[in-house]
Write a protein that binds this ligand. Sequence first.
Ligand code: ADP
Ligand code: GLC
Length: 486
Amino acid sequence: MNILFATPECAPYVKTGGLGDVSGALPAALAALGHDVRVLLPAYKGMKVAGDIGEGIEIPAYGHWPAAQLLPVRVSSGVTMLLLACPSLYQRDGGPYVDANGRDYEDNVVRFGLLSRVAADLGTRDSPIPGWRADVVHANDWPTALAPMNLARARMGDPQHHVAASVVTIHNMAFQGVFPMHDAEMLGVPHHWRGIDGVEFWGQLSMLKAGLQFAQAITTVSPTYAREIQTPEFGAGLDGVLRARADRLSGILNGIDDQVWNPAHDTQLLHPYTVTDLAGKARNKAALQKQLGLKVSAKAMLFGVVSRLTPQKGIDLVLQHLDALLADGGQLVVLGMGEPGLQEALVDAAQRTPKQVHVTVGFNEQLAHRIEAGADCFLMPSRFEPCGLNQMYSQAYGTPPLVAPTGGLADSVVDATADARNGSGFVMREPGASGFAEAVARARQAFADTAAWRRIQANGMARPFGWAASAARYVEVYERAVALAR
Ligand code: ADP
Ligand code: GLC
C-alpha cells in the first residue's frame, strides 16, 4: 500500500509531545511491514534531516497560499520524508504551533490549511509526485485534519475514484483547530459543508471536526480513550459527532520506539542496564541526584515527572501532595514547560527544599531519558490521557508508573495491588486528590519491600510495548478505509 502519513511534528526532527514520537516510529513500523510510507511534515526552521535527498518538487502558489516545495528525503528507517518547504509560513523562531512567546501563530489556519491541502493532493490524480499517489492518507490531529474533507471534495469531482481513502487519528481532543467561519472560503470548504453536518462548530470552523466527518475511518490512541471521547465529559464538544460515527471509530494503543527508549542501549544514559542487572539503574539514580543537586541517597524514594505543564497532566495534584511525596526523605524531579502558574509553583517548591525537589523548566531530551532511568517511580496523574508514552517508557526502564485510571494509562499499566503477579505500576482507584494520595501511599509501601518492588520492575520491563502489533492494526484500518472509499 502507498501510505501518506501527514503530521505537524515528527521525532527526532521536531517534537513537542507524544505525537512527535508516534510520527517518528509508526511510519517506520509500517515500512517494515512492506508498505511504501511517506511522511509529510513542514520544513521548520533549523530542522535537519539526514538521508538521500531527492529532487525538489514545485508546488505552485494557489489562492492564499504562496508557492512551496516538496523535498523528498529517504531516511534510514526506510521511510521517505516529504518536507514541505514554504519559508514564509514555516521558517520561524518558536515551535511548530506557537511563537517564541508561546502564542499561537496568527496564520495557523493558512499554515496548516496548506499542510492539509498538500496531504490530500498526494492522494489524487494531481499528486505533485510524478508516478506516485497515496492509497490512503493518514491525517494526525487538527493540523492535518482538513485533508479528509479535501479528499471527499476531490472524490466528488472524480467519478473514476482515483482518490485516496482517508484516516484521521485523534491524539488529543483538547486541540481542535477552531477558526472563524470566514476562513472557509480560503480553505475551499464547499458551502453545503459549512453547516452542522460539515465543519461548523458553534458558529466557527473546526478543522478536527472536518476530519471526523469526512474520513473513512477514525482512530484514537487507546481503546479506553475511544470510549471516553464519546461522552460529554471527555468529548470536548464533539462527542455527538463521535457517537454518530462510532462504527468508524477504533482505539489503537500507541507503541514505543524500542530503539530510542531502551535502557540496554540508550545513548543518553551514563549507565545502560537490563532487567537482569539493575546495578546500572542505581548508578543512574545517584548520577541524577548529583547532577540536580539532590541528596545522593539510594534509600530516598525518587519520584519523576516529564511532562507538558498543562491542566491535562494533573500536576496540581503533585503540588498538592508534595508533603506525602517528600516524607521520609522522598525526592521529586520535574522536567517540563507550559503554564506559567504551574511552572512558578514548581520552581517555588524547589527553592524551598532544594535537596529534595528539583525542577527544570524547558524541553530537554537527554534529561527526559535520565529521569526515566534514574527515578524510582514515575508520576502521571492525568485528568485525561489519550495514550501517554511516558508511562510505557517508565515501565521499560524499571521505573513503575503511578497513573490515573483514564485513557491509555488504564490500558497500559497493570495495578500491582490488584494483580500482585503481573502488576507493573500503580493505578489510582479514583481520579483526583484522594485517589492520588492513596496510590502514593501504596507505591511507598511497595518500595519499602525490595523483593516486591523488584517484581513490579521486572514485570514492567518484560512488557512488549513495541510498535509491531499496533502497526498491523493500522494496516487493517487502512484496508477497511480503502474498501469503504470505493
Ligand atoms: P503528550 O503528547 O500529551 O505531551 P505523551 O506522554 O504522549 O504526552 O508524550 C510526551 C513526550 O514528550 C514524551 O516523549 C516525553 O518524554 C516528552 N516530553 C514532554 N515534556 C518534555 C520536556 N520538557 N523535555 C523533554 N521531553 C519532554
Ligand atoms: C497526545 C496525547 C498523548 C498521546 C500522544 C501521542 O499528545 O496527549 O496522550 O500519547 O498524543 O498519541
